[in-house]
Design a protein around this ligand. Structure first.
Ligand SMILES: Cc1ncc(COP(=O)(O)O)c(C=O)c1O
Length: 405
C-alpha cells in the first residue's frame, strides 16, 4: 500500500489510545484508575443542553456558514470582550470543530512547506504532528534551566529565517504551569518585531488557581490593526466540560480568518449546527459551572500534590492551572513509556508518559477525576515503585503480589 510521506510521519494520538486501552480493560472488569484523562468529569451546563435541544426539536438542523452561526460568533465576541478586553468584528472570528481544528486550520493557512513553528517543551502532544501534517517543521524548545517556564532567550535561540509562528499554551498541558505575564508580553513583542504569528492556545485560561486571573495577550500588543499576527484560540471543551461537543474558535485578523474559513469550508464545512447552539448556550449562560469546576480542580490539585510530595524521589511542581500535573519520576525510571506501561500492567493505573510531551522521566497525572481515584491511584503507584512497600496489595478483593523489584 502506498502511504504519503506526511501520512507516514504521523503517529496515533497517544492520549486517545490510552482512553481506548483503559476502556478495554474496564470492559474486562479490571479495576482501572484513569489518571491520564484530558477532560473534566462534570455534566455540560444546562444552558448548553437547552440550546442544542431547542434546535433539535425544531427538526431543522442544516449546514451553517463555514465560520459559524452569527449567534455563536456574537457569543465569542462578547467572551473576548469580557476576558480579553478587546472587541473583535464578526470577520475576526471563526468557530471550529474544537480548538484542535482551529489550530490545525490556522497552521494550514500560514505555513509553507519546511517553515518552522516554535513551541516550548513540555508541549501538548498534538503540536508536532499538526505542524508536520502541513509539511512544516516543529521546533520544540526546552527551557535552559530544564523547568517548565520558558524564557525569552530560549525562544530567541531557536529563531531562524524559516520561523513562521510561535505557539504558546498557558496554562500548559502537560505541566499545569502558568507562564508569567511578563513572558507573554515578551512573546507578543518579539513576534510583532519579527513579523511572526503568535498562536495563543488559551484553552485552559479560566482553569487557574490561587486567585490568578486570565491573562489577555492583547493587553501587551502594540499592533491592534488588521495586520496583527496574534491568533487567539479557545473553546468550550475544558472550561464547560464539553469535550464531546467539539466546538472551539479562533480570533485573528480578517484576512487570516477569511483564508482559514475557506480551508475549513472545504474540509468539514461549518461545525455541527446542533453543537454550535450548545456552545452559544454555554458561553451566554450561567457561568457557575466554570467556577465550580475551578474550585473542584483546585481542591483535587491540592490533594494530588500533597500525596505526591509524600512520595520519596518524586519531584512535583505545583500546577497553577489546568487539571494536569507533570511530576518527575526519573529517580525511578528514565524511560517514561516503560514506567507508564509498568503502572498499567501491575496496578491498572493509567498515566501518560512524559516522552509524548517532549520531556523524558516525567509522567502526566491528571486531577480531573474523583478524589478517590486520585488518592487510590497514587497509593497504587507508590506500592509499585516504593521498594519498602509491603509485598502484597489488595484492590477490592483482588490480592496483588509483588513479583518485581
Ligand atoms: C493545549 C490544548 N489545546 C487544544 C486542545 C484541543 O481542545 P478541543 O477539545 O477544543 O479540540 C487540547 C485538548 O486536550 C489541549 O490540551
Amino acid at each position: 500500500m502506498t502511504i504519503s510521506q506526511i501520512g507516514r510521519t504521523i503517529g496515533a494520538s497517544v492520549t486517545l489510545k490510552l482512553n481506548e486501552t483503559a476502556a478495554i480493560l474496564r470492559a474486562k472488569g479490571d479495576p482501572v484508575i484513569h489518571l491520564g484523562g484530558g477532560e473534566p468529569k462534570g455534566r455540560a451546563p444546562i444552558d448548553a443542553i437547552l440550546g442544542a435541544a431547542a434546535l433539535l426539536s425544531s427538526g431543522e438542523v442544516r449546514y451553517t456558514p463555514a465560520d459559524g452561526i452569527p449567534a455563536l460568533k456574537k457569543a465569542i465576541i462578547r467572551y473576548t470582550e469580557e476576558f480579553y478586553g478587546r472587541s473583535p468584528a464578526p470577520e475576526n472570528v471563526m468557530a471550529s470543530g474544537g480548538a484542535k481544528q482551529a489550530i490545525m486550520v490556522c497552521l494550514q493557512a500560514i505555513l509553507n512547506p519546511q517553515e518552522e513553528v516554535i513551541f516550548p517543551a513540555p508541549y501538548w502532544v498534538s503540536y508536532p504532528d499538526m505542524v508536520r501534517l502541513v509539511g512544516g517543521v516543529p521546533v520544540p524548545v526546552t527551557p535552559e534551566d530544564g523547568g517548565f517556564i520558558p524564557r525569552l532567550q530560549d525562544i530567541e535561540q531557536v529563531l531562524s529565517p524559516y520561523t513562521r509562528a510561535v505557539i504558546i499554551n498557558s496554562p500548559n498541558n502537560p505541566s499545569g504551569a502558568v507562564y508569567p505575564e511578563s513572558f507573554i508580553a515578551e512573546m507578543v513583542e518579539l513576534c510583532e518585531r519579527r513579523g511572526l504569528y503568535l498562536i495563543m492556545d488559551d484553552i485552559y485560561h479560566r482553569l487557574i488557581f490561587d486567585g490568578r486571573q486570565p491573562v489577555s495577550c492583547y493587553a501587551h500588543a502594540k499592533d491592534h490593526t488588521e495586520s496583527s499576527k496574534l491568533v487567539v484560540i479557545n473553546g468550550v471543551s475544558k472550561q464547560y466540560a464539553m469535550t464531546g461537543f467539539r466546538i472551539g474558535w479562533a480570533v485573528a485578523n480578517r484576512r487570516l480568518i477569511e483564508v482559514m474559513t475557506n480551508i475549513q469550508g472545504h474540509q468539514t464545512s461549518g461545525p455541527s449546527a446542533l453543537l454550535q447552539h450548545a456552545a452559544v448556550g454555554a458561553i451566554n449562560g450561567i457561568q457557575s459551572s466554570v467556577s465550580n469546576l475551578r474550585m473542584t480542580l483546585e481542591n483535587n490539585r491540592n490533594v494530588l500534590v500533597d500525596r505526591l510530595r509524600s512520595f520519596a524521589g518524586v519531584k512535583i511542581e505545583e500546577p497553577g492551572g489546568t487539571f494536569y500535573s507533570f511530576p518527575d519520576f526519573s529517580a525511578y525510571s528514565k524511560n517514561s513509556v516503560k514506567l507508564a506501561e509498568l503502572l498499567l500492567e501491575k496496578v491498572q493505573v493509567v498515566t501518560v508518559p512524559g516522552a509524548e510531551f517532549g520531556r523524558e522521566g516525567h509522567l502526566r497525572i491528571s486531577f480531573c477525576g474523583s478524589i478517590k481515584d486520585i488518592t487510590e491511584g497514587i497509593a497504587r503507584m507508590k506500592w509499585v515503585l516504593d521498594p519498602d512497600a509491603p509485598n502484597e496489595l489488595y484492590i477490592g478483593d483482588r490480592k496483588l503480589v509483588r513479583d518485581w523489584s
